[in-house]
Design a protein around this ligand. Structure first.
Ligand code: HAM
Length: 415
């Protein structure tokens, strides 16, 4: 092959490769997700990334747009229309409908799916992301809405954020529906109003006013508006839990048609990353796609991309540490079997150890260990084996300690 014919090492547009350091960050996010979700009584479920395309087609115009323009869909070899899931909510509704009679309610579920959307890649938006989904089914109570928001708040705290770093903005579909009723907007214009409010953050005041005028909505409709009863009650419940950064914001509507009650979005307050981080809301009827009986749901989805940006601008990203504790370099290929024996002794005591094969220079072996961010190094040579003593080098500080072979495992396990 000539140079030109080589394949690109770049991943497919808008998706990512996860080298060990990237994967370690993802693992940190997932561990935090799981810890907090479990603490609030939520248990993990999972499902395949493949769904029949019809799951996304039956929810009205907005989602048709999503299906036609934003999903990765294909026809399988058996002629079935298949979609890589763009979100988890229809899937979890399917799971709940499938076992409705056996599941206990309120049902608290979470999952960390990979989801795919054909979008124009930009900061905070890719074609693939990992999305924590936390959902509660079977309780219409506003206490359930408050609990879901408190889980979102707890996650932010678990990542090291303080209340001033983010704001929880709560909107209400119920309120909007009564407003469109009062304004006598037909279904189409009601949808247009929701769409306009959804884009409000991205437009100037004049553009927003012009949009309202087009729909015949008085310009002051969203000025100095009081929180409606449902939002007020949830904000009070949150205040009782010590959560003070939640506010009512009538322009929070969220893009999906299935939301029916309160909706919310968590915003980053940092000037360099002033955007919605994640969001969710109440959906009362999604299970009726499968079944006549509605099981009310409330939940949110939190993406890893926006979360990483949030942690980055605030210096909250953890520093990478290799999961491998010690690297055994060998002075010559002949001592390789002994190095392997020591590694096995360490592994037997639960110490993560990697061994060099001794087929390159010692200096290069040490460099490789440092490149892998492995914190400790032991050089295994004839002299060390004869003496039964080994020098453990801390590769970060350069300090060294001479230890008997028998003392090696406890040196590492006590770290
Ligand atoms: P969503 O707002 O479309 O809601 O997505 C939730 C979150 O996923 C976003 O706020 C963002 O953090 C992340 N996200 C979405 N699209 C992208 C993208 N293209 N690139 C990177 N991150 C993205 C839902 O998906 C609802 N199903 C959430 C939900 C669960 N509602 C109730 N339960």
């Amino acid at each position: 092959m000539s140079k030109k014919e080589k394949l690109s090492v770049e991943p497919y547009k808008g998706v990512r490769d996860f080298f060990p350091e990237d994967q370690a960050l993802l693992t940190y996010l997932f561990e935090t997700y799981r810890r907090v979700a479990n603490r609030y009584g939520y248990v993990e479920y999972h499902a395949s990334i493949l769904e029949p395309s019809e799951l996304y087609k039956s929810k009205g115009a907005e989602n048709e747009e999503m299906v036609n323009e934003q999903t990765y869909s294909f026809t399988d070899r058996g002629g079935r229309e298949v979609t890589l899931r763009p979100e988890m909510t229809p899937t979890v509704a399917r799971l709940v409908a499938a076992r409705r009679r056996d599941l206990g309610f309120p049902l608290r579920l979470f999952s960390i799916p990979n989801v795919f959307r054909y979008e124009r890649p930009q900061r905070g938006r890719l074609r693939e992301h990992w999305q924590l989904n936390v959902d509660l089914f079977g309780s219409p109570s506003l206490s359930a809405d408050a609990e879901i928001i408190s889980v979102a708040h707890a996650l932010m705290k678990a990542f090291g954020a303080e209340e001033k770093d983010f704001q929880i903005r709560i909107g209400s579909r119920t309120f909007l529906n009564s407003l469109t009723g009062k304004l006598a907007l037909d279904a189409e214009n009601g949808k247009k109003l929701i769409n306009l409010l959804d884009r409000r953050g991205k437009m100037s005041g004049a553009e927003f006013a012009a949009g309202l005028k087009d729909l015949g909505v008085p310009e002051d409709t969203f000025v100095n508006i009081h929180a409606p009863g449902d939002a007020r009650e949830v904000i009070n419940l949150l205040n009782n839990l010590g959560i003070t950064n939640a506010v009512f914001d009538p322009s929070i509507v969220r893009g999906f048609d299935y939301y029916t009650g309160l909706v919310f979005e968590v915003f980053d307050t940092h000037p360099d990353n002033n955007r919605a981080l994640f969001g969710g809301g109440r959906y009362e009827n999604l299970t009726t796609l499968f079944d006549d009986e509605a099981v009310s749901g409330v939940g949110f989805g939190m993406g890893d991309v926006t979360m990483k940006d949030f942690l980055e601008v605030r210096g909250l990203l953890p520093t990478y540490e290799s999961p491998i504790t010690v690297y055994l370099a060998v002075a010559s290929e002949e001592v390789s079997p002994q190095a392997l024996a020591i590694a096995e002794e360490l592994r037997g005591e639960g110490v993560n150890a990697a061994v060099d094969f001794g087929d390159k220079k010692l200096a290069d072996q040490i460099k490789a260990a440092a490149k892998h961010s492995i914190p400790y190094l032991i050089v295994v040579g004839e002299d060390e084996i004869a003496a039964g003593q080994f020098t453990v080098r801390d590769l970060k500080t350069g300090t060294e300690e001479l230890l008997d072979r028998e003392a090696l495992p406890s040196f590492f396990t006590s770290k």
